[in-house]
Design a protein around this ligand. Structure first.
Ligand code: DX5
Ligand code: ZN
Length: 219
């Protein structure tokens, strides 16, 4: 398995100083910058649009891991791609044609991700395994930072790891929600190789980011 990638979620950053915060987590060792896009409709919260992604792009060269919690997603894929997203991840429940949405992301030249909510069966990815670059397992219900890790998702991660390895493809297996120093090792043991962490990254302020990220990585 590849090294563990840490993707701090800027949902827990200081939104008044977002550029500085992105630079700080870059310098603190973040591998990817996780950007939670919420529409107040697919999830009960409202966050970031393409204009903010574009404004953040000059602040780091690290990949932007954009988690789209919006419905429909298709009309905004090009805008997020042009704004500087590297990976665009979508929820299958957000649109009627997951295959077409993933095709569109690939045509835009971006990495394509599928996000599984806690109650979403993993079979939804069976017939798109050949076109996904990342599968994101939600270990909380999406919408807010600071929620508790849902233990039942560990079995899903284990089974997904088996299916990804069987596919022979290089697909990142990312976990998002309630990831901290206690749950990170359990998610990694189950087979995750990328961890999203909002609260666990930003707790304590900028002087703690490097230690927080290192602790999640297990180093
Ligand atoms: C929730 C978001 C997460 C969230 C994680 O809908 O997808 O990325 O920011 O926050 P923590 O790490 O605090 O659970
Ligand atoms: Zn997220």
């Amino acid at each position: 398995m590849s090294a563990i990638r840490i993707a701090p979620s800027i949902l827990s950053a200081d939104f008044a100083r977002l550029g500085e915060e992105v630079r700080a987590i870059d310098e603190a060792g973040a591998d990817w910058i996780h950007i939670d896009v919420m529409d107040g409709h697919f999830v009960p919260n409202l966050t970031i649009g393409p204009a903010v992604v574009k404004a953040l792009r000059p602040h780091t060269a690290k990949p932007f891991d954009v988690h789209l919690m919006i419905t429909p997603a298709d009309p905004l894929l090009a805008a997020f791609a042009e704004a500087g997203a590297d990976t665009l991840s979508v929820h299958p429940e957000a649109g009627p044609h997951l295959h077409r949405t993933l095709q569109t992301i690939k045509q835009l030249g971006k990495r394509a991700g599928v996000v599984l909510n806690p109650a979403t069966p993993l079979d939804v990815v069976d017939h798109v395994m050949d076109m996904v670059d990342l599968i994101l397992v939600m270990s909380v219900n999406p919408g807010f930072g600071g929620q508790k890790f849902i233990d039942s998702q560990l079995a899903k991660i284990t089974e997904l790891r088996r299916r990804i390895d069987a596919s022979g493809r290089s697909i990142d297996l990312e976990v998002d929600g309630g990831v901290d120093r206690d749950t990170a090792p359990r998610a990694i043991a189950a087979g995750a190789d990328a961890l999203v962490a909002g609260t666990a990254t930003f707790t304590g302020g900028p002087s703690c980011y490097a230690a927080n990220i290192a602790a999640l990585r297990g180093s």
